[in-house]
Design a protein around this ligand. Structure first.
Ligand SMILES: C[S@@+](CC[C@H](N)C(=O)[O-])C[C@H]1O[C@@H](n2cnc3c(N)ncnc32)[C@H](O)[C@@H]1O
Length: 261
């Protein structure tokens, strides 16, 4: 099928396609599962630093999956999820109401990383109970919350995976989004971001969504410019993606940074 380029998430981002292609069981053979494990490994590493994250977390651009908050949910009391795309928000609400489940092998993988031997259903319910709000947001605007804002829009910790570079079509827009999001972190609070470097697009269904081809320097300089000190930055090359149909990223990154007081 011919691919079209779009930035219209509300109309063209198909959550079910996204889940079935990018959120397969972690032991699949075609490599996507390996990528999901690598994300959990990086989150585990960043969440295991000598840091007290505080009580309230906002995950930015959650998408139709809660994989971003699996590991850090162990460190915080309350979690707010957020996204721009109505279809994703509906899936998150259905998950919260117990009408859908997260990919079970992913939950099990995270449990194995921390040595949690409880039944997977108990762990998923614990996560549901910690999720207090699901918000519509637009990180490209100064007022990030677009319908209802939380009573206290200032968080101890913000996580965001594969979002800011994916919703920006230039490095300038990326910088603006980063400023809009980091503003929501309390003084002394933390940000954890995982993403892709030097990617120009990723695919969802028959659409290509353009990405800002950010570099490690853009990420590090970007958080510093917003008053953060970098605690840990990691990057892994993703060789052989030049002709990949899903994305042309050159590397992945993870960063943990603290806002100055
Ligand atoms: C590549 S997906 C990543 C989803 C999820 N964080 C993950 O790790 O699988 C990018 C996400 O950004 C969301 N998004 C698109 N435009 C946005 C905007 N203006 N503000 C916030 N999120 C947006 C999309 O709906 C989508 O869920």
């Amino acid at each position: 099928m011919e691919e079209r380029t779009t930035t219209d998430y509300a109309r063209n981002f198909d959550p079910e396609w996204f889940l079935s292609h990018y959120h397969c069981p972690v032991d699949d053979k075609d490599g996507m599962g390996q990528g999901l494990k690598s994300i959990q490994d990086t989150l585990h590493d960043l969440c295991s630093q000598d840091v007290r994250f505080g009580e309230r977390l906002l995950d930015v651009g959650t998408g139709p999956t809660v994989h971003s908050v699996l590991r850090i949910s162990r460190e915080v009391r309350d979690i707010d999820l957020s996204d721009y795309t109505p279809g994703n928000i509906q899936i998150l609400k259905d998950w919260k109401d117990g009408k859908r489940n997260e990919e079970m092998s992913l939950i099990q993988y995270e449990m194995k990383l921390v040595g949690d031997t409880r039944p997977v259903e108990e762990r998923e319910q614990e996560l549901r109970d910690k999720v207090k709000g699901i918000y519509a947001i637009d990180v490209t605007t100064g007022n990030v919350f677009i319908e209802h804002a939380p009573k206290n829009p200032s968080y101890d910790v913000i996580t965001s995976l594969l979002c800011l570079e994916a919703v920006s079509d230039s490095r300038e827009v990326y910088k603006k989004c980063l400023a809009n999001v980091t503003r929501l972190v309390k003084e002394g609070g933390y940000i954890i971001m995982l993403g892709v470097l030097e990617s120009t697009f990723y695919k969802v269904g028959s659409f290509r969504f353009p990405c800002a081809p950010i570099t490690a320097e853009d990420v590090i300089a970007g958080v510093k410019a917003n008053g953060f000190k970098v605690i840990k930055f990691t990057s892994l090359p993703t060789p052989g993606m030049e002709d990949n149909e899903f994305s042309d990223c050159k590397a992945t990154f993870g960063i943990l940074a603290q806002k100055s007081t």
